[in-house]
Design a protein around this ligand. Structure first.
Ligand SMILES: [Mn+2]
Length: 365
């Protein structure tokens, strides 16, 4: 062995993994890393995909050779947002992860840095302000927290990485913003690796020092998970909605907080609405359809078929499903299904809403 030769380690920097553990394995098989090489994540290890805990466990098992920066999804879990109606992906992760494993995930997230300043590259989750020293970069810019309305990060204004004054001394590698192809700028000094893993895109990696790209396709796991969980979450939330404040008020008279929640819900639950429309049979069973009188049924049917004024399934239920006000018995019945649903979810069984609702409805009738 020659002890004086410089160690030439390789780095595989991977874009947002979002719970795509099997695809991460496939990517690693394409690039055989040696014992001195590093696997580096740009953050967002979790959410949207089905195997968030497996990804975290893999990184946490070897913190010397597997590095990651803090992504906005990790940050959301650390903040403990319980009702992020604008992004149900974290809620799904909490639901399908065993409590002990979830605590392990949080412990690992607490160890993650805002950036990795390696000899070969600077790795950040979302981006940088050009011409601001690394130590003075706002954490929100680095993690991309609330980046959607921020110039340079929102897709509506020129991207931060297209700023001609950005002249990094070494490659800057980031994720966070999904593009159909890997972003390459400044003659290979800026790389954006989020190509939509878990939402039907690809999991991409950049190999250093050769600067070659690898990627594997992923299914649209998130769409599928939303389809399963949207009705579960809707029912779980029903008893906690601000019934008294909302009922009897015109939408324009709603308190700001209610309006804000519904506006958020409109975006998040667009898919949920589609799921509900496709699963009207299950919803009927869950709400005790067969026990209702013809007027109520007709009102519900109209509501379920129509495009609700506010585009939210919450408003559908609030404004139409319980004409004249919510029937406590109906809400209680919906609530009573949750134990069964949660049991199935906890063990990752395929959710058969119709069968579960039928069983519960049958025993209650
Ligand atoms: Mn992401």
């Amino acid at each position: 062995m020659c002890h004086t030769a410089p160690v030439m380690r390789r780095l595989l920097v991977v874009g947002d993994i979002h719970g795509c553990f099997h695809e991460l394995e496939a990517l690693r098989r394409l690039v055989e890393l040696g014992p001195a090489d590093l696997l580096v994540s740009v953050g967002d290890l979790v959410d949207r995909g089905p195997a968030s805990f497996e990804v975290v466990r893999y990184f946490a098992a070897d913190p010397v050779h597997r590095l990651a920066v803090l992504g906005n999804h990790e940050e959301k879990h650390l903040r403990g947002d319980r009702h992020e109606l604008d992004d149900p992906s974290g809620r799904i992760t909490r639901t399908i992860t065993r409590p002990r494993d979830y605590e392990t995930m949080l412990e690992y997230f607490r160890t993650l840095p805002l950036y990795l300043d390696l000899p070969e590259a600077l790795v950040v989750h979302a981006g940088l302000l050009p011409n601001v020293p690394l130590a003075e970069q706002p954490p929100k810019v680095l993690t991309g927290r609330g980046s959607q309305g921020r110039p340079g990060f929102d897709g509506a204004t020129p991207w931060w990485f297209d700023d001609p004054t950005l002249q990094p001394a070494k490659p800057v590698i980031f994720g966070h913003s999904v593009f159909s192809e890997v972003v390459r700028r400044a003659e290979g000094r800026v790389w954006g690796l989020d190509t939509g893993a878990a939402v039907g895109g690809r999991l991409s990696g950049l190999l250093l020092p050769e600067l070659s790209l690898v990627s594997v396709p992923t299914p649209d796991y998130y769409r599928e998970l939303l389809r399963h969980f949207a009705p579960v979450f809707l029912l779980r939330d029903l008893p906690h909605l601000p019934w008294r404040r909302v009922l009897g008020m015109r939408p324009e008279d709603w308190p700001d907080e209610v309006a804000r929640r519904l506006v958020h819900a409109r975006h998040a639950w667009r898919d949920a609405l589609a799921a509900l429309a496709a699963d009207v049979g299950s919803l009927r069973a869950l709400l005790g359809w067969e026990q209702q009188g013809p007027d109520t049924r007709e009102a519900w049917a109209r509501a379920l078929r129509s495009r609700p004024e506010l585009g939210s399934p919450y408003s559908t239920v609030l404004l139409h499903a319980f004409p004249g006000g919510p029937d406590p018995a109906v809400v209680a019945k919906a609530w009573s299904c949750l134990a069964e649903l949660e049991k199935a979810v906890a063990y990752r069984h395929q959710l058969d809403l119709a069968a579960i609702a039928g069983a519960v409805g049958g025993s209650a009738a």
